[in-house]
Ligand binder design. Structure first.
Ligand code: TRP
Length: 352
C-alpha cells in the first residue's frame, strides 16, 4: 500500500529536473500606463536574452496589482499594454510562455498553502512592505500587500524555476522564496526547486534623468526624468535634452561624481550595444550637449519603432488574447502537476 502510493505520485522535482532545460521566470507589474526604459533595459532585455538557454515563463502579475488601490478598467487596459510591450521587447511566444497571472489559478492556490508555513514576523520583515505600507500608514495597508511576497514565492515555485531575473529591490522576496521552498521540502519531502535570483548588472541599470541617483521608476513623482515606452520621439528627445548633468564639462564615466553623465553613457551603451569606454572615446573633447543631442536622436528612433510595434499588437486584441491563452495553457501544464504534488504532500484528500 505504502509503496503503491509513492509510485503513483506525480513526478518529483528531483527526477523531472534531469531531463529538462533550466527554467527562468519573471513578472513585471502592470501598475502604470506604460513600462519605461528602466524596465526595458533592466528587465525585458534580460528576459529576452535568457530565452535561448532557459525554458522561460514570463507573466503579468495582475493579482499583485490589486494589493493597492486601483481601477479595474485601467488594470484591464494596462494588462494588454503590458503584454504588447513585452512582446515588442522581443519576448517570443513560440519559445517562452507569456501569460497573465490570473489565468493560471495555481498561483493563488499555492500561495494559500505557503501562507501556512510563513511566519507573521518573517513576512513583516519584508522591506518593500514596510516602505509601501508606511506611505499611508500600516493600518490602511491591505492584507494582500502584506502577503504579496508569498504570492510571489508561489509564482516562482509553482514552475520549479531555477533562475529569477529581478531588480535588486526584489532580492529579499527571492530570498524568502528560497526559505519557503527549503522549509516545505524539509517538512513534507522534496517538492520544490530552490530558485536563484539573477540580479541585473549595474550597467543595465537606468536612473531618472532628472534625479540620476534614484532609479528610473514609474512611481517617481514627476515623469520628466522617466522615458516611457509610449512616449513620442519628440517627447523623448526633449527629456534627454533637459536631463540633469553634472558640473564640469568633460565626458567621463564616473557614477560617483558624475551620475548624470554616467547615466546618459549607460543608456547610450545599452541602446547601441557598444561598451561605455568606446562611447566615452568617441565623445572625448566634446561638450555634454553633443552627447545629449546624439542620445536624444537614438532614443527617439528607438521609442518610435517600439511604439509602432506596440500599437500594431494592441490593434489586434483577438490575436493578443490568443497568444496569452496559449501561454497560460503552457504554464498550466507545469503548474498543475506541481500543485497536485503539493496538495498530496500537504495531506489533502484528493478528489476520487
Ligand atoms: N514583485 C515583482 C516586482 O514588483 C513582480 C513579480 C511578481 C515577480 N511575481 C514575480 C518578479 C515573480 C519575479 C518573479 O517587480
Amino acid at each position: 500500500m505504502m509503496l503503491a502510493m509513492s509510485d503513483a505520485s506525480p513526478s518529483r522535482s528531483g527526477t523531472e529536473r534531469s531531463d529538462r532545460r533550466p527554467r527562468a521566470l519573471s513578472g513585471a507589474q502592470p501598475t502604470a500606463d506604460s513600462y519605461h526604459l528602466g524596465n526595458y533595459f533592466g528587465a525585458f532585455r534580460q528576459w529576452v536574452a535568457l530565452q535561448d538557454e532557459f525554458e522561460a515563463f514570463y507573466f503579468i502579475p495582475d493579482l499583485h496589482a490589486i494589493t493597492v488601490d486601483y481601477d479595474p478598467a485601467l488594470l484591464r487596459e494596462r494588462t494588454y499594454v503590458a503584454a504588447a510591450q513585452m512582446l515588442a521587447s522581443g519576448v517570443d511566444p513560440e519559445r517562452s510562455a507569456l501569460f497573465v497571472q490570473s489565468h493560471v489559478p495555481e498561483h493563488a492556490q499555492l500561495a494559500w498553502v505557503l501562507n501556512g508555513i510563513t511566519g507573521f514576523g518573517e513576512a513583516g520583515r519584508m522591506t518593500q512592505f514596510k516602505d509601501k505600507s508606511s506611505r499611508s500608514g500600516t493600518d490602511n495597508a491591505s492584507v494582500g500587500l502584506f502577503t504579496y511576497p508569498i504570492l510571489m514565492a508561489a509564482d516562482i515555485l509553482v514552475y520549479q524555476a531555477d533562475k529569477v531575473p529581478v531588480g535588486e529591490d526584489q532580492r529579499q522576496h527571492v530570498e524568502l522564496t528560497r526559505n519557503l521552498a527549503q522549509r516545505f521540502n524539509h517538512r513534507f519531502g522534496e517538492t520544490f526547486t530552490v530558485p536563484e535570483a539573477h540580479i541585473v548588472k549595474a550597467t543595465a541599470k537606468i536612473y531618472d534623468l532628472q534625479d540620476p541617483t534614484s532609479k528610473m521608476s514609474g512611481s517617481n513623482a514627476s515623469h520628466a526624468g522617466v522615458v516611457d515606452l509610449t512616449d513620442t520621439p519628440k517627447q523623448v528627445a526633449k527629456k534627454v535634452r533637459s536631463a540633469v548633468t553634472d558640473s564640469g564639462s568633460e565626458i567621463v564615466y564616473d557614477p560617483a561624481t558624475k551620475p548624470g553623465i554616467a547615466n546618459l553613457l549607460s543608456i547610450y551603451s545599452a541602446l547601441t550595444g557598444r561598451t561605455i569606454d568606446d562611447v566615452v572615446a568617441e565623445y572625448e573633447g566634446q561638450q555634454y550637449g553633443h552627447l545629449k543631442v546624439a542620445l536624444g536622436d537614438l532614443l527617439a528612433d528607438f521609442v518610435g519603432a517600439f511604439g509602432d510595434r506596440t500599437r500594431e499588437l494592441l490593434d489586434d486584441k483577438g490575436e493578443l488574447d490568443r497568444v496569452l491563452a496559449a501561454g497560460a495553457a503552457r504554464a498550466r501544464e507545469v503548474a498543475a502537476p506541481t500543485l497536485e504534488l503539493v496538495y498530496e504532500r500537504s495531506g489533502f484528500v484528493r478528489p476520487a
